[in-house]
Design a protein around this ligand. Structure first.
Ligand code: ADP
Ligand code: MG
Length: 292
């Protein structure tokens, strides 16, 4: 491509809110065969809300929610905000916590009055040898609805199952349809529960799902997609996404996402609307066609 045609192409993209940080990215984009999206904050709004809460025998709903929210007060995960908001809405008094800790990709834990409280994914509580079978039916139903099931344990006993749900962004479904029309495979990479991820993928017509991926496993998931389909692009917004954004043949960061993600990306989507992705791809094709 001539420097002039690249300039024209990146200029047209900029008008659509797509910033190419390097001219080569415009050329690289043309060869992409599979495009992988982070789920939370990329395909979805990233603002989950508490939708369900069911307690085990012998536990009180409000009390359990207050304990959960207390622990989550110290977390920066979007899930934490959802649970805190729910407790605030019910005007619950939040007890003091000590020994707070985050278990990466799993959940959070702390002590309340010397009693252990853990909140997180099923794999977290299962790793602590807890039996979640009383909640199995509910968990299935929630995941099928595209909600993320979470669990709380108090004093080593499963106390509650809860669910958070996150709205799919306006533009996501159209973007995926357009990418398919352009002949690309579309994939999702997420730390979320497998059943939940698959329900959302089905709803959106996504071809491949890599779920329950630990934060440091996104690059490996991307390699897997590259081996299967070829040149790969990745779209993400979070700190967790930075390594995958750097490792992808083309990394696209959401401009409203974290600075670390933007730094690692080749392309920045200023508006967060994913319809910009197929538009950028179309510009890339048009630009490189002109110089032939
Ligand atoms: P993602 O960005 O896809 O949510 P994470 O690695 O941050 O991936 O989290 C993976 C999973 O770990 C979440 O889906 C949730 O089940 C659990 N988790 C992480 N942080 C928390 C938290 N603060 N409270 C409850 N669960 C959490
Ligand atoms: Mg995200």
């Amino acid at each position: 491509a001539t420097p002039t045609s690249i300039m024209v192409g990146t200029g047209r993209a900029a008008e659509l809110g797509v910033l190419f940080r390097k001219g080569e990215a415009l050329q690289a984009l043309r060869g992409v065969k599979v495009i992988a999206f982070d789920k939370t904050g990329t395909l979805t709004e990233g603002k989950p809300e508490l939708t369900d809460l069911q307690v085990n025998e012998g536990f009180d709903k409000d009390e359990v929610l207050a304990q959960i929210a207390s622990v989550e007060q110290r977390s920066e995960h979007p899930i934490a905000e959802a649970l805190l908001a729910a407790a605030r809405e019910r005007d619950l008094n939040l007890p003091e916590v000590s020994e707070f800790d985050t278990v990466t990709g799993m959940g959070v834990k702390a002590k309340i009055d010397g009693v252990r409280v853990e909140v997180g994914a099923d794999r977290y509580l299962k790793s602590l040898d807890m039996d979640l079978s009383v909640f199995a039916d509910t968990a299935h139903k929630l995941a099928d609805e595209g909600k993320t099931p979470l669990y709380a344990a108090i004093d080593g006993k499963p106390a509650a199952i809860l669910a958070v749900a996150d709205r799919i962004k306006e533009g996501t479904a159209d973007a995926i349809t357009a990418l398919h029309e352009q002949g690309l495979k579309v994939a999702m990479i997420t730390g979320d529960n497998k059943g939940t991820a698959e329900a959302i993928a089905t709803q959106l017509g996504i071809d491949a799902v890599e779920a329950e991926v630990m934060p440091d496993g996104k690059v490996e998931a991307l390699e897997h997609l590259r081996q299967q389909h070829g040149t790969v692009a990745f779209v993400g917004d979070g700190i967790n996404d930075a390594p995958a954004l750097a490792a992808a043949d083309v990394g696209l960061a959401i401009g409203t996402g974290t600075d670390i993600a933007i730094e690692a990306a080749d392309v920045v989507l200023m508006r967060g609307d994913l319809r910009a992705v197929p538009q950028a791809l179309a510009i890339s094709h048009a630009t490189l066609r002109n110089i032939r």
